[in-house]
Design a protein around this ligand. Sequence first.
Ligand SMILES: NC(=O)c1ccc[n+]([C@@H]2O[C@H](COP(=O)([O-])OP(=O)(O)OC[C@H]3O[C@@H](n4cnc5c(N)ncnc54)[C@H](O)[C@@H]3O)[C@@H](O)[C@H]2O)c1
Length: 256
Amino acid sequence: MKKVAIVTGAARGIGNGIAYQLATEGYDIAILDVFAQEDVAKNVDRVIKAGAELLYFKGDLAKTEDRLDFVKEVMNKYGRIDVLVNNAGVGPKVRMDILQTTEESFDFVMNINVRGTYFLTQAVANEMIKCKETLKDCNPKIVNISSMSAYTSSTSRGEYCISKAGVSMITKLFADRLAEYEINVYEIRPGIIYTPMTEVVRAKYDKLIAEGISPIKRWGYPEDIASVVSAFVSGKFPFSTGDVINVDGGLHIQRL
Ligand SMILES: NC(=O)c1ccc[n+]([C@@H]2O[C@H](COP(=O)([O-])OP(=O)(O)OC[C@H]3O[C@@H](n4cnc5c(N)ncnc54)[C@H](O)[C@@H]3O)[C@@H](O)[C@H]2O)c1
């Protein structure tokens, strides 16, 4: 029986890189994303070509019904969940100074990044506990994709920063709660990664990177994140949980 990985927001960007990587390692994949499958066919096809059986569920992480239907479909199709990668996330639709921004924008970002992630993790964790108890080869892991924004102030997108700090607490809470079931929880904090999300700020970040904002002077790529997910789910960190790794070219280092 193949192992099964859920990757949210895997229609494109970092999530697609993670789904592809795990597919090459023999996982079957389940994707929850708001895009229609036909609109991201190329990205989905490469995951299938890498060897995965794929469940693509078009749904909204912020919606309770979508989350629960998704988990139900995953269990009906595969009967197990070995890995959950909480990757789906959004920034505000419009960046606005924290002195002007709106409650609508706050709710939009928090409902997806925090509420959605928290309650999807709850639903999946309960299935993982059952898998762990019934399947000998099931050693589930959870990986949360937060951001350098979990600790970095950007006053033009405060709601995003707050949401990513929230994701970091979700890591700690579930690491603590699931330890008794030997389900380890990890967190990756990406820095500046080349994806559709950062398309609007490409020129700005090109300049900052060239000027040396990070010690390693290049964009990060989805593959940089995917290889760390691969390491975390490999089982090589059995006595570590709630741990965070920065995948940011050293951007987090305070420098003088
Ligand atoms: N790109 C970066 O520089 C960067 C840096 C730090 C953290 N991150 C985080 O990494 C994750 C992936 O980012 P990315 O750059 O690949 O972004 P992206 O916008 O390119 O991809 C995000 C994916 O999530 C999906 N998604 C968005 N809202 C959803 C919802 N409500 N329900 C289901 N799916 C939804 C999108 O449709 C998309 O496929 C996000 O959590 C983001 O905050 C990105």
